[in-house]
Design a protein around this ligand. Structure first.
Ligand SMILES: [Zn+2]
Length: 417
């Protein structure tokens, strides 16, 4: 199984919007750009909502049937580890191995020695095709990468072989993610991590590194855009180089996590992947849920009341809801409107505060992030929420499709300079 050049990870917390999401990929195809959908849902989301991995498979199959999609599509076991993988094995054909917890664990002495020996030949200035500056690799760097990442790589090997033993070789896509670690990985580190993964026999096709800057859930990139541009170009060039050097799958490409709404860097990503003729996977998990809240608010009446209730309860249960997301949100509580204020809002007030339109003066980045992590409240509403979704489905689907197509696929893949 080989992943296509361009793919987008889409999350759908309540499993209602698969067809509306897929409609965006159909639109891109009509414009001549082939992008394949990957439905992803992490164990964390399943636990908070009370769904199972098999539900994602059902939704993807249903959406593909309804829309009449004939190209590939994938179901991603997102951020799984050896303890959580089993429930996902059957319904998934894409696995994101999360080994961030093993970063920094000291490796076995012999493993480190072997890694140092095998990488010794790269000490010096690495000339990488497409890059003006060479990448410096030192002996100290190899040791440091070994000490920091080798245990994580071994763990990735363990999960990978476990999936192979249960599903068979070449029946799934492998992604390795180190994005939920504390520090960004430098291009030299990425090169050495890929060397270690190849030595371990992990035939990965996408790799999620941690980039410089903040990739917060559902809001724009925060950080030094120039620095990101340089690092992204180096990473892309390194991956192409590593594929040849280590005989990794030709399809190996970068995966950008929490890639939703990173509008200020999309033009850079677009330009760079085209310059290097490289592929891209970008996970947009989560923002379809915000389009559901926007659609509910738009429809007024009972829908607007649900949207307000989600906010008010999220406001009251802030600490509990924020806890699993602390590293990927940055909410300024002083900017959160009071529940009594929000209860007096019109549809338009609510939509303007929530919708990611930075040109709108009422847009409130902290409000948006809080609603983003408030999906547990909707899950607890049960039938009341599900019925409202069905009643406002027309408003919601239009928003879901438009959000993925116009705000993500177009700037990432279709727009040309
Ligand atoms: Zn991630």
């Amino acid at each position: 199984m080989t992943i296509e050049k361009y793919s987008i990870g889409i999350g759908d917390r309540f499993g209602h919007q698969g067809a509306a999401q897929l409609a965006a990929f159909v639109k891109a195809k009509e414009r001549g750009v082939s992008i394949v959908p990957v439905w992803n849902k992490s164990n964390r989301e399943h636990a908070l909502i009370g769904t199972r991995p098999a539900d994602v498979r059902k939704e993807a199959d249903r959406a593909v049937g309804v829309v009449g999609w004939n190209d590939s599509y994938y179901v991603d076991a997102d951020h799984i580890g050896i303890n959580t993988v089993d429930l996902f094995v059957e319904p998934s054909n894409y696995f994101t191995l999360d080994v961030a917890d093993f970063i920094g664990k000291e490796p076995a002495h012999d493993d480190l020695k072997k890694f140092q020996n095998e990488c010794g030949k790269y000490v010096g200035n690495l000339r990488v095709s497409g890059l003006k500056e060479s990448i410096a690799i030192t002996k100290g760097m190899i040791t440091a990468v070994g000490l920091k990442y080798l245990s994580a790589v071994k763990e990735a090997g363990k999960i990978y072989r476990h999936i192979v033993s249960r599903k068979g070789k070449d029946t799934f896509i492998t992604e390795v993610s180190t994005d939920e670690s504390n520090d960004p990985q430098t291009p030299a580190e990425l090169f050495l991590i890929l060397a270690a993964l190849a030595q371990e026999g992990v035939m990965l096709q996408t790799i999620a590194t941690k980039f410089t800057g903040e990739f917060l859930k559902g809001v724009d990139y925060v950080g030094d855009i120039k620095k990101f541009a340089k690092e992204f170009e180096q990473d892309i060039a390194i991956i192409a180089f590593a594929v040849k050097e280590f005989s990794l799958p030709e399809s190996l490409k970068i995966s950008v996590h929490s890639g939703s709404d990173k509008f200020s860097i999309y033009p850079i990503i677009n330009r760079t992947i085209k310059k290097f003729d490289a592929g891209l996977h970008l996970k947009t998990a989560g923002t379809t849920w915000l389009e559901e809240v926007i659609g509910l608010a738009k429809s007024g009446g009972a829908g607007l009341q649900i949207a307000k209730d989600v906010y008010v309860q999220s406001y009251q249960r802030f600490d509990e809801l924020a806890k699993p997301y602390l590293t990927v949100i940055d909410i300024d509580v002083k900017k959160l409107p009071n529940p009594s204020t929000v209860n007096g809002w019109s549809s338009q007030d609510f939509v303007c505060a929530l919708k990611h339109d930075q040109s709108c003066p009422q847009y409130n980045n902290s409000f948006r992030q809080l609603v983003h992590i408030g999906y547990k409240i909707a899950a607890e509403m049960g039938e009341r929420f599900m019925t409202a979704l069905d009643e406002s489905q027309k408003d919601i689907s239009a928003g879901v499709t438009e959000n993925i197509f116009q705000r993500h696929l177009v700037p990432l893949f279709l727009n040309n300079d």
